[in-house]
Design a protein around this ligand. Sequence first.
Ligand code: ZN
Length: 246
Amino acid sequence: MRYLIFSDVHSNHEALKAVMEFLKNRKFEQFIFLGDIVGYGANPNEVIEEIKKISSLHIVRGNHDKAVTGLASLDYFNPVAALAVMWTSKNLKPENLEFLKELRRGPLKVNEEITICHGSPWDEDYYMFNKFDALEAFSFFDTKLCFFGHTHFPAIHILENGDVKTIYPAKFPFRFKLEDGCRYLINPGSIGQPRDGNPLSSFLIYDSGKKSITIYRISYDISTAQSKILEAGLPQMLASRLSSGI
Ligand code: ZN
């Protein structure tokens, strides 16, 4: 089985279109999305409509998806993120708002091998950055693999003999083979707002037959995404951060 696993599009239609183009002649049986379809970018409706078209999609909601529907308070959002959430709620078509409202909270078990969540398996809003978070997280799911998003950093945490080793990939495409006897917490990075200092869109392909994970980075039309953010009257830093990947 081949899975396309992606996260944190954040209303960046240019980035999502580039990923879909990249996938055109490749075959996938399943798609997994780890939350935050919207927030920050200028095309929430277009991105939701693109996501709706994907068949065989497993999906959990992200903190932005939840906040724009009014299901979460804005108290934990920084002022720029909160502004983007309010702009998004105001600009969403009613049917797309409804779509976001119906998204499920993680963690979700996709099958006997895979669990998915937005932030962490115990709290959808928690940011798992380091191996200590990961060590704790392994006791909150029982599958070999758990995919998560939220931090916008591609990362692989490996549990072996009670200890966690963490890899932050730097060269792409990054290929990685899964071992028997290990368990994994894996973040594919962000499609629409990478924050690891690399502005390219990040996602991964999991081939369960070959037991391989490949994290890809691809370019997209950043300047169009930036102009749209500025034309929409969203904060300027939401546009500028896209070219530096922070
Ligand atoms: Zn996010």
